[in-house]
Design a protein around this ligand. Structure first.
Ligand SMILES: [Zn+2]
Length: 172
């Protein structure tokens, strides 16, 4: 359906440049993702995207795992920001190779050695370890994983959230 619509647009000479990109889910569907937490099976995931949280909608997945479990890059791309925030604790932002999607990893216990902003990441690279930094409960270490469709300005802090659950749930 989406491809057909794009063909129609191309045929009519129209350009599709919505102010707020709406193709995020399709972009994410096209990426060959990896599970961001080592040893977690897709069947064990819970869709926590629509949950309410203090401060607003969750718009992310919480993936529970023991503290220190390796966190891996879900995709190739570029590490754009290492950021410490009050709610997220130790966090990391990665862009996909096209620069249209951002992947956000939060509550890390620590980063992997040798990370630096601007470096290239390969899918499966260890970027950090599961923890409970920020506002996560110390009793329930987990990775808070989010995906954003970036705007044209490619600001790592600004995007439209996409639910990563369907893409991760169908991994083998
Ligand atoms: Zn969360």
């Amino acid at each position: 359906m989406r491809a057909a619509a794009a063909l129609l647009l191309a045929a009519s000479g129209a350009t599709a440049q919505p102010a707020v990109p709406e193709d995020g889910p399709a972009l994410l569907d096209a990426r060959p993702l990896a599970m961001p937490v080592e040893g977690v099976r897709p069947q064990a995931l819970h869709d926590t995207f629509a949950d309410g949280r203090a401060g607003g909608p969750h718009e992310a997945l919480d993936i529970l795992a023991p503290r220190g479990t390796p966190v891996r890059a879900v995709d190739d791309g570029r590490l754009v920001k290492l950021f410490h925030s009050v709610p997220g604790g130790i966090t990391l932002y990665q862009f996909d190779p096209s620069g249209r999607l951002a992947y956000y990893y939060a509550h890390l216990d620590r980063y992997a050695d040798g990370l630096r902003e601007g470096m290239a990441l390969k899918r499966g690279d260890v970027v950090g370890y599961v923890g409970s930094t920020g506002n996560a409960s110390p009793d329930a270490p987990h990775l808070h994983f989010a995906v954003f469709r970036l705007g044209q300005e490619q600001r790592w802090w600004q995007g439209t959230a996409i639910n990563p659950y369907p893409a991760l749930r169908r991994l083998p």
